[in-house]
Design a protein around this ligand. Structure first.
Ligand SMILES: [Zn+2]
Length: 405
């Protein structure tokens, strides 16, 4: 058995503080090193020490400390060399490793289970890989999956029609590039990857997905971590309102689609700096865009029209539903279908946003406005539009006066 983990080695004969080394990414294996040698070994390999340090198992383990195994921590004390290994790992893997060790002590293991053919230094180097770039469909690791250590994964131009669920196992994944495939939808669990920061989906067929297939945007991790989202060239006719949940987004590319409208929730993306909506069929921009401080905005090649809509005023006493929705937003809690009632969830998702960033719900003044493109961002590519029509919602008379006065 082989396990990727963090291991700190402490030499009990070493003096002072230098005796215990810092934890290092390691590969810990248990098994037989060759078919001639029947001895069971635990082998510790790191990137610096690919040959590894071998520890005999039989009559050589003084003690195994498993008090904190539920937290993914275990210490193995060897007699010779006099080392303590402080192992830190996913608790489930650690438990099965401890189990195999126990069977090893009692000689209950069959030899064939434990042959360590893949202990070659090269295999260790592959296991430590952090950047994976698959360039041809023939090299795609269909059966073996990707190294658990992968941080950057590039799967572009491979003609893939579906999302590979092996990706969901990569807890360290930071950059995922799936551009130039034929993927139509992403699984909900993508939103739970704890470290994903950049997601490139350009040149796929995401526009073909039903509305429900956007649930990955609700994930607590993705909404807090995702900084770049590229959805360009995806045959999209609309973007769901839940886009506004991706609160860490800095770069958003939705160019080269067939969008006529953008969601008002766009104004909630407070970190957004770079927005490309060029080459769509946009008729207006959401008024909430005025709430953003964009560095760069590309709105070239759209169908902007000056709307003839007149001002609509809807101001009334808040319903209970509206009060509940405002409380959820005010608390800044993370919500999804599992934490709040479905009615409330849909209500929250379908609201419009004021230019000030507040949600409007059933109380608003809707007013079309015209804005020179250079007022929307520090630098704007606009292919000659002298003014951009905005569909503005205002949460109160005060906001209406402030922005329209
Ligand atoms: Zn307002």
């Amino acid at each position: 058995m082989k396990m990727m983990c963090n291991v700190a080695v402490s030499n009990r004969l070493g003096a002072g503080t230098t005796a215990r080394r810092k934890p290092a990414k390691s590969c810990l294996s248990i098994g037989k090193v060759s078919s001639q040698n029947d001895q069971l070994y635990i082998i510790l390999q790191t990137l610096q020490n690919k040959q590894g340090t071998k520890y005999k198992v039989k009559d050589n383990i003084e003690k195994v400390f498993t008090n904190f195994i539920e937290e993914g921590k275990m210490t193995i004390r060897f007699k010779e060399p006099p080392h303590d290994l402080f192992v830190q790992c996913d608790a489930i893997q650690l438990k099965s490793f401890a189990h195999i060790m126990k069977l090893g002590f009692t000689n209950k293991l069959t030899a064939s289970v434990l042959s360590l053919a893949d202990l070659k230094p090269k295999a260790v180097a592959i296991a430590f890989k952090t950047k994976v770039n698959i360039k041809t469909p023939e090299n795609y690791p269909i059966l073996e999956g990707f190294p658990r250590t992968t941080i950057e994964l590039f799967l572009t131009g491979l003609g893939r029609r579906s999302f590979d669920r092996n990706i969901l196992k990569l807890q360290n994944l930071r950059i995922l590039d799936l551009s130039d495939n034929q993927i139509t939808s992403l699984p909900k669990e993508l939103g739970s990857l704890p470290n994903l920061q950049e997601l490139n989906l350009a040149q796929n067929l995401i526009g073909k997905a039903p509305k429900s297939k956007w649930a990955w945007m609700d994930g607590v991790h993705i909404s807090k971590n995702l900084k770049l989202l590229d959805l360009s060239s995806n045959e999209m006719a609309e973007i769901p309102d839940r886009l506004g949940k991706l609160s860490a987004l800095v770069t958003l590319k939705v160019n080269t689609n067939s969008l006529q409208y953008l969601p008002q929730s766009l104004g909630r993306l407070e970190a957004l700096k770079f927005l490309d909506v060029s080459k769509n069929e946009l008729l207006v921009l959401p008024g909430s865009i005025r709430n953003l401080r964009l560095s760069s905005l590309n709105i070239a090649h759209n169908n902007f029209v000056t709307s003839n809509n007149c001002t609509v005023v809807k101001l009334r006493i808040s319903s209970l539903l509206e009060t509940a929705a405002r409380t959820v937003l005010k608390s800044r809690m993370h919500y999804d279908a599992s934490s709040i009632p479905f009615t409330l969830m849909t209500y929250l998702e379908n609201t419009q946003y004021c230019v000030c960033g507040n949600a409007c719900f059933d109380n608003y003044i809707r007013n079309p406005m015209l804005l020179p493109p250079n007022r929307c961002a520090d630098s704007t590519v606009s292919s000659g539009y002298s003014s951009i029509p905005l569909d503005c919602y205002f949460c109160s008379l005060r906001c209406h006066r402030r922005y329209c006065g």
